[in-house]
Ligand binder design. Sequence first.
Ligand code: GLU
Length: 357
Amino acid sequence: MRIVIKVGSNVLTRQDGKPNVTNMSALVDQIAAIRSLGHEVVLVSSGAVACGRGAITPSRQLDSVAARQLYSSIGQIHLINLYNQLFAGYGLVIGQVLTQKENFGSRTSYLNQRACMLTMLDNGVVPIVNENDTASLTELMFTDNDELSGLIAAMIDADTLIILSNVDGIYTGSPADPSSRLIPTVAPGKDLSEYVVAAKSGFGRGGMGTKCGIARKVSDEGITVIIARGDRPGVLVDLIQSPDSVPHTTFEPSRQPLSNVKRWIAHSASFAKGVLHVNSRAAEALKSDRAVSLLPVGITSIDGEWEEGDIVSILSPEGARLGVGRASLSSADTLESIGRHGRKPVIHYDYLYLENN
Ligand code: GLU
C-alpha cells in the first residue's frame, strides 16, 4: 500500500514550542515498522511555525506574515534535523519537500511535483512534506496541512490517507461532551454537517471542520481516509494491522475512483480563472448520473478571461457551484459559441469534476 500520514503541530510540538521528541520518535518507530511491512509512506508534517516559536524571541513585534515566515524558516530545520536523526536510526533516508499552492495550479507543475515524489518513493526515500511557509502568499496558502495532505494523497494515487489528530476521530458532538459518540465509519456520500464541531485546537491552522471536508473529498475520489489520535501508542501500526483494536473514523472510499486528472481538477477550484453560468437544463444534465460534457448550448454567460487548458468553475442558475473543469476553449472562443448547437464541448467529461457526484 501507498500511505500518506499527516501529523499536526499539536502532536509534534510541546506547549512551549519545543519539538515533542517523544511523539516524534514514536511516530518514526511506527513509520519504520510500516515500511518494513512493505508499504510506502509519505509523511506530511506540520510543526514548523510552532517549533520556530519556541526557538526565537523576535526583537520587536512582528505582523502575522513576518512571524510565520521567521518561525517557519527556523522551526522547519529543527524538525527535519530531528526526523533525519530518528529515521537514520532505522537506516531510512528522508527527503524534504517544501511546496506551495501555486505548484498545484497548472497541470505541468502538478505533474512535475508528482514526478518528484514518485522518484523519491521509487528510490526508497521517505518524503517529508510541508508547506513552504517562508514563500507562500497569505491569500494563496493551503487552508492548512489537512488540505495539503489531501492534495498529496490524490496526486500520488495513495491507497490510504491517515490524518493524526488530538482526538480519536469524528464525533456526533463535541469530543469533550461525554454524550458524544465516535463515528467508526462514514459511508461514501454520507452527510456529516450535523456532527462536525468546527472547533480549532492549539497551534495548527486546521480543525475538525476542514479535516472532515478533506476526508470526504479524498474518499469520494477513491482513497480510504482515516482520522485517529496521534499520541496513542502504536496507533499507526495498529490501524494497518488490527484496525478494530484502535478507535478511529474511517471514511470509506467511493467505489468509482476518479482518474488522476479528475483528482487534480477536484482540488483546483481555487485556481479557477473564470466562471461558466449554465441554464437549468445543463444543470440537470450535470447533476444526473450520465457521463456528460458541458456544451456551449447550455451556457448562458461567462465571467473572467482564460486560455484553453485553464481551470474554470460552473455555476447553476441559482449561483450554486456545480463543479470545476479544464476548459477546452479559451474565454474568447467560449463567448463566441455561447448558446449555439453543434459546437465542441467547453469542458469535456474527462476533464470535468462535479461536486457531490
Ligand atoms: N505549515 C504549518 C507549519 O508547519 C502548519 C499548517 C497547519 O497547521 O496545518 O507550521
